[in-house]
Design a protein around this ligand. Structure first.
Ligand SMILES: Cc1cc2nc3c(=O)[nH]c(=O)nc-3n(C[C@H](O)[C@H](O)[C@H](O)COP(=O)(O)OP(=O)(O)OC[C@H]3O[C@@H](n4cnc5c(N)ncnc54)[C@H](O)[C@@H]3O)c2cc1C
Length: 435
């Protein structure tokens, strides 16, 4: 299918997580025209899905939503959500991105976000935004502070009853919408494609993700969120309030059996944060963190760790070898206690896997930018210019370049925006010299 329209911008940002939004805002505030291309239905990345953030324990959605809104309302930023980047190539001085807009089956220009389609849809589907713990409809707005507030229809589950079409006050529902291809031309680009969690399905010793009441760290973020699926922390398999909760560190980092030998850097801190938040919601619960080493690397992080210990959270030095289903929905861990108890086992009501980070995007076949041995985007001067890729005029920010916390992500996004600005200025000077 040919591109149906072409658009020109100064800068293209791939990924609308906190790195992409910060880079977009920094460029747009300098009067550059910026396009943000996001594959998801909303901007905000992982940060909008977190409960609170270490080390300040700020409410994550309270500090992310204003950034999302600032980008969405900025006169120099155009946001394209639910889009697939098909190719990003350099063509002389210009970068050309071929993009496919996936169909929402709702006309974005007509949808007013009233949710009448959602309220009247009879189909319930597990809501991945809530860790799969609650349900959403087949016609839905992704989450309450999603940007844009445009509905979409999940055709995989829609039974074509026509109710959404009948109740829509603006006739926005369009069951025949097709994917649309378009092209963005830009002078520079920032890759901010972030991360995904290491796939627990690949870890047989941890039950391949199939043991009841063993959840991922992002699922725990949702359980702890004030507007989360149950409004409190409950065991997902039977709704019981857990009395003993364990965190397993390095579950998918520093683990050669999963092909991931690096440290994901944020897991120690997010587990400590979640443990502290849990002890607030369940003051009588026993909370244990099984760890190999605690890496509290950032400003104020060591103090945060010490505070968690003072609150009574138990830290057990030992790598968990196996996880098995126990009796009555409990979970049994087998591990070697490095503090002398040797190989032993323990039972918990619920277990959280502190999964590591893998790249959110593989550029192979889409964009000639190289990746490093860890498969994150390769940076050519990691010490003195950490946002430079080996593709001229293309920069990288945030977890796309490697595991990172929010502070480092924001800092790097600003640096990438500055490199992009410098690059455009150099190109302009060269153009004037030739003219
Ligand atoms: C459980 C958990 C808890 C955490 N808690 C904290 C905390 O308390 N404090 C803290 O400092 N850090 C925390 N972090 C780390 C934090 O989430 C990251 O630092 C931050 O999200 C990185 O932002 P990012 O924009 O680089 O990546 P992301 O948040 O992953 O955003 C990347 C965006 O790019 C999009 N994208 C990917 N590929 C493409 C593509 N090809 N085309 C278009 N779009 C694409 C994605 O859909 C996504 O929206 C936590 C991480 C986890 C896993």
């Amino acid at each position: 299918m040919d591109a149906i329209f072409e658009l020109d911008f100064d800068a293209l940002i791939v990924g609308g997580g906190i790195a992409g939004l910060q880079a977009a805002l920094d460029l747009a505030d300098q009067d550059y025209q910026v396009a943000v291309v996001e594959k998801d239905t909303s901007i905000g990345g992982k940060m909008i899905r977190l409960s609170k953030v270490f080390p300040t324990l700020d409410c994550s959605s309270c500090i992310t939503t204003p950034k999302m809104a600032a980008a969405a309302h900025h006169e120099n930023i155009t946001i394209f959500t639910y889009c697939d980047l098909k190719s990003l190539q350099r063509d002389g001085r210009v970068l050309t991105a071929s993009i496919t807009q996936r169909p929402r089956y709702v006309d974005p220009d007509k949808c007013i976000g009233c949710r009448l389609c959602e309220y009247n849809c009879p189909v319930y589907v597990a809501d991945k935004e809530e860790g799969g713990f609650s349900a959403r409809k087949a016609a839905y707005i992704p989450f309450s502070n999603a940007i844009p507030q445009i509905a979409l229809i999940d055709v995989e589950n829609c039974m074509l009853c026509g109710k959404c079409e009948k109740v829509c006050p603006t006739q926005a529902v369009d069951y025949f919408q097709e994917p649309e291809n378009f092209t963005i031309r830009a002078k520079t680009a920032v890759l901010a494609t972030g991360f995904e969690l290491t796939p627990v399905e690949n870890k047989q010793q941890y039950g391949n993700g199939e043991i009841p009441n063993v959840i991922t760290s992002l699922q725990m973020e949702r359980l702890l969120a004030p507007h989360g699926p149950y409004n409190r922390v409950l065991r997902p398999a039977d709704g019981m309030e857990p009395d003993a909760i364990a965190f397993i560190q390095c579950a998918g980092s520093r683990d050669k059996s999963m092909g991931i030998s690096y440290c994901s850097r944020v897991c120690c801190m997010y587990a400590i944060k979640q443990a502290m938040l849990l002890s607030g919601s369940l003051p009588l619960a026993d909370i244990t963190i099984y760890y190999m080493d605690i890496r509290a690397f950032g400003k104020g992080y060591e103090q945060f760790y010490q505070n968690a210990k003072a609150m009574g959270i138990e830290f057990v030095k030992g790598k968990v070898a196996t996880i098995d289903a126990g009796e009555n929905g409990s979970v049994t861990l087998r591990y070697e206690d490095q503090n002398g108890a040797g190989v032993t086992s323990a039972n918990h009501d619920m277990v959280v896997l502190s999964l590591g980070m893998i790249p959110g995007w593989n550029p192979e076949g889409t964009c000639p930018v190289s990746t490093a041995a860890d498969r994150f985007i390769h940076t050519i001067r990691p010490k003195i210019a950490p946002t430079l890729t080996d593709m001229k005029g293309v920069f990288v920010a945030g977890a796309a370049a490697g595991p990172k916390d929010i502070v480092d992500t924001i800092t790097e996004a600003g640096a990438a925006a500055m490199e992009a600005t410098k690059y455009m200025a150099t190109m302009e000077t060269a153009r004037k010299a030739v003219a």
